[in-house]
Ligand binder design. Structure first.
Ligand code: NDP
Length: 305
């Protein structure tokens, strides 16, 4: 079978790296350049100049490139729906939308049903690992969709992933991702709260983290994020607080539907919402720790090495 022609929509903090990986992998397999489209056209033109991708200035132009696999990496499922409704009817039958957005499973199933009416398939493939993992090609991808569709897209997901996990039917990837990000926020908030409490009583936050990181309370947040973003005072992991608010909101919506007695996920949502109300959606999500510091009246500083 000839290699699939690919297209990528959304060249933000994540998408710009992933489009370059997919372009290199599909070009190496003998397909033409990956078509790229970004709402701010300058960004798309720069991507083409840097990576050799095929810059398209409209969705019509993307459709004319004839992609079999169309990737999206947009802020929320609402933008994905807007794009899918516009371009879906222009894609050939048998094409597939691969949505790398951290989306809402309910909306994803609705988009999938709309596309199915036009002979277009869909897979949800949200990401974990941040912009650095996207650039290095070492992301974790959590996939939802039918077996055959997932098998078709996996070789291209492999171009930017160290792990691709198929978790269930369409929308399941987005459901698992929402829980993952609620855990990410919860772990950061708890680590920040605990270490702030230690800092307030005169214990060096770096020494405290070193001890915890040799003990059973450690997590990615105590081992990496607290040190590299908080103690360094950098607060620039490059994942927007507004996007985290969206993800924990999806988690809370799922609790309302499937586990109405759940408490902790809803509590995490309240604190994330408070941080976003205070610092704005464009602030880095590590400002969650800043909120904790303000509440505790301490600053957690220390060496990063
Ligand atoms: P960014 O905000 O950096 O990029 C968003 C992209 O979407 C930009 O290309 C933007 O275009 C485009 N866009 C925004 N609104 C529209 C619209 N109405 N129509 C068309 N295009 C639009 O986001 P990220 O790359 O950080 O995140 C993308 C997705 O990946 C999100 O769902 C996020 O939750 C998820 N994610 C992010 C991670 C991270 O660490 N950053 C990690 C894992 C998942 P323009 O340039 O014109 O604004």
């Amino acid at each position: 079978m000839p290699p699939p022609v690919c297209a990528w929509i959304g060249l933000g903090a994540m998408g710009k790296h992933l489009a370059a990986h997919v372009h290199r992998a599909s070009a190496a397999a003998g397909a033409g350049a990956c078509a790229v489209f970004n709402r701010d056209l300058e960004v798309g033109a720069r991507h083409a100049a840097r990576h050799g991708t095929n810059h398209c200035s409209s969705l019509e132009e993307v459709a004319r490139a004839g992609p079999r696999l169309l990737f999206t990496c947009l802020p929320t499922s609402s933008e994905v729906e807007e794009v899918a409704r516009a371009i879906g009817p222009m894609l050939g039958r048998g094409a597939m939308l691969v949505d790398c957005t951290s989306g809402n499973p309910r909306q994803t199933r609705e988009i999938g049903a709309f596309l199915e009416g036009h002979g277009v398939g869909m897979v949800d493939a949200p990401l974990s690992g941040g912009p650095a993992g996207a650039e290095a090609g070492t992301l974790s991808v959590i996939v939802g969709g039918e077996e055959a569709a997932v098998a078709e897209v996996t070789p291209l997901l492999d171009s930017f992933a160290k792990a691709v996990t198929h978790v269930g039917s369409l929308g399941s990837g987005h459901a698992v991702k929402a829980v993952n990000n609620t855990l990410n926020s919860a772990h950061l908030l708890l680590a920040a709260e605990g270490v702030a409490c230690l800092t307030a009583q005169g214990i060096d936050p770096r020494v405290a983290l070193d001890a915890i990181n040799q003990s059973s309370g450690r997590s990615l947040q105590t081992e990496v994020r607290m040190i590299e973003e908080v103690l360094s005072r950098r607060f620039k992991y490059n994942f927007k607080l507004g996007l985290m608010r969206k993800d924990v909101g999806i988690g809370a919506e799922m609790c309302a539907d499937y586990f109405p007695g759940a408490e902790l996920m809803l509590h995490v949502q309240q604190v994330v919402n408070a941080a976003e109300d205070k610092y704005g959606g464009a602030a880095d999500y590590t400002y969650l720790a800043r909120l904790v510091e303000e509440r505790a009246g301490v600053e957690m500083k220390g060496p990063t090495k």
